[in-house]
Design a protein around this ligand. Structure first.
Ligand code: ADP
Ligand code: MG
Length: 243
């Protein structure tokens, strides 16, 4: 059984259906690169998975637990197993770096303080910020803040980490340090769905590339095949344009 199986997921904004039955699956430790034109529904897939957007139909099996996504209540079960990081990192400005990472596990998950702190220190070291525990967000660069946001998401111990264009708002010279952090997570075996315009990076780290257009999965496959020899006209068009 796959670690995550998304089955015929549908979602609408008002009368407009933007996910028209999205299906895909992934194994534990796998990295999926989710790509497609702007407006194709990539963010909506991630938002729907974590319950920020309500699905109208479909089901998701995560970590051997099946969840009916068309009923809002049960989405909480899934949300607990995934964490999302956005383009805008939205750190708590009035809290130190360490506090940003520990506050949700402590206050919402009610985990023991000592354990949460030890985990946060480990995560902040992993994203290269061991020396910034007591700094405040406004003392950090955008790249450093985004790395705190990634550590904060991982502190929730998600089965799957969802990253939605996490380098898109950064100055070009800060992009690489965040990509390096994602490489590090990949080497640690963290299961991730990566939405990004950094195509050479996707090609490098993804185990599987999923190409979406107009609310549907058009084609999926190993990066080499998707980039060099996609089967569908629409994927050829897309990859042809961006290369
Ligand atoms: P992507 O992340 O691939 O650029 P999105 O998932 O953000 O695509 O958007 C998919 C479609 O849904 C687009 O047509 C977009 O305009 C529309 N959309 C996204 N968010 C909203 C919203 N909050 N209200 C109405 N329409 C939205
Ligand atoms: Mg998007």
């Amino acid at each position: 059984m796959p670690h995550l199986a998304v089955n015929a997921l549908r979602a609408s904004y008002g009368p407009i259906e933007v996910l028209k039955g999205v299906s895909f699956s992934m194994e534990k430790g796998e990295i999926i690169g989710l790509v497609g034109p702007s407006g194709s529904g990539k963010s909506t897939v991630l938002r729907t998975l974590v319950g920020l957007t309500q699905a109208t139909a479909g089901s998701v099996t995560i970590h051997e637990k099946s969840i009916d996504y068309s009923s809002g209540a049960s989405v909480r079960d899934a949300r607990d197993q995934m964490a999302i990081v956005f383009q805008q990192y939205n750190l708590f400005q009035n809290m130190s770096v360490l506090k940003n990472v520990t506050v949700a596990p402590e206050k919402i998950k009610k985990r023991p303080k000592q354990e949460v702190r030890a985990q946060a220190e480990k995560l902040l070291a992993m994203v290269g910020l061991a020396d910034k525990l007591s700094a405040y967000p406004d003392q950090l660069s955008g790249g450093q803040q985004q790395r705190v946001a990634i550590a904060r998401a991982l502190a929730l111990k998600p089965e799957i980490l969802l990253l939605d264009e996490v380098t898109s708002a950064l100055d070009p010279e800060l992009v690489n340090e965040v990509l390096d952090t994602i490489r590090r997570l990949a080497s640690e075996g963290i299961t991730m769905i990566l939405v990004s315009h950094e195509m050479s990076f996707i090609r490098e780290v993804a185990d599987k590339v999923i190409f979406m257009d107009e609310g549907e999965v058009i084609e999926e496959g190993p990066p080499k095949q998707m980039f060099d020899a996609p089967n569908t006209e629409r994927a050829r068009n897309f990859f042809g344009k961006i290369l």
